[in-house]
Design a binder for this molecule. Structure first.
Ligand code: FPP
Length: 246
């Protein structure tokens, strides 16, 4: 049980898997007359705050939507900048992740990610591989539909090779082929947070969000804080999850 600083309510039901759509970096910058880049820079600080708070609260996996398969459609300059972010982030923050016993993971399609970006993520994964605390899971070059298609192809290969028979194609065997198998047993999202006032899923963890609770904040991502994260946790514990039952 953790005392909540704001309103004395207590967080005693912590979701295992929290996933975040970190939206509004660009609008935050625009609001202040700054360049979009600066919004993404400040977005990294918000990642830092939320990672530390989530880990203190006992979240098992924090998945962050950092770059979607659709984000390649942005202007080349912005794509280039976004590809640089993991390099900057891990250069600066790996020591803090170590102090917090946080283990880095990535879900997404590694091909197409430029070498230096991929290497910086792989290096952080390697540096933190023995940590036993929260998993900080970056969805990078991630798309939900593409993930399901790739998993389907893997299942088909297994059926064709005789490793699985058709009757064994179940939710469990398909789920085992999804990218989130790397965070099993916490594949499914418990709480989904989206910032900036938008209320849509944007191809994020389509399968894994089947029964998640949604929390929307009007704040732009760079304004997101540990205390707002606590608000989301408090809201979550007031929900009644029935998974289709009554
Ligand atoms: C959404 O804001 C944010 C992104 C597309 C990128 C988020 C990435 C980070 C905060 C840093 C990533 C860091 C690592 C370590 C991978 P937007 O640009 O869509 O904002 P807008 O909707 O206001 O334009």
């Amino acid at each position: 049980m953790v005392d909540h600083p704001h309103n004395k309510k207590t967080i005693d039901l912590v979701p295992d898997h929290v996933a975040v759509i970190m939206d509004g970096n660009g609008r935050w910058a625009q609001k202040l007359g700054k360049e979009r880049k600066e919004g993404h820079q400040e977005g990294m600080e918000a990642i830092r705050r939320v990672t530390v708070r989530a880990s203190q609260r006992g979240v098992k996996v924090l998945t962050l939507y950092a770059f979607s398969t659709e984000n390649w459609k942005r202007p080349p300059q912005e794509v280039k900048f976004l590809m640089q972010l993991p390099v900057t982030f891990f250069d600066r923050f790996v020591p803090e992740l170590q102090e917090n016993n946080v283990k880095v993971n990535m879900i997404g399609f590694r091909k197409n990610v430029p070498g230096p970006t991929r290497k910086s993520i792989e290096k952080a994964i390697d540096q933190t591989k023995d940590n036993t605390g929260m998993i900080l899971n970056f969805a990078f070059n991630y798309g939900g539909r593409a993930e399901i298609i790739e998993a389907t192809k893997s299942v088909i290969d297994k059926v064709l090779s005789g490793e699985l028979n058709k009757k064994e194609v179940t939710e469990e065997t398909l789920q085992a082929e999804l990218l989130t198998n790397s965070i099993a047993p916490y594949d499914n999202v418990d709480l989904l947070i989206r910032s900036s006032g938008e209320q849509r899923l944007s191809n994020f963890l389509l399968w894994q969000n089947a029964y998640s609770e949604f929390y929307f904040s009007k704040l732009y991502w760079p304004d997101f804080t540990g205390d707002i994260f606590d608000e989301a946790l408090l809201d979550y514990q007031s929900r009644s999850r029935r998974y289709g039952a009554i």
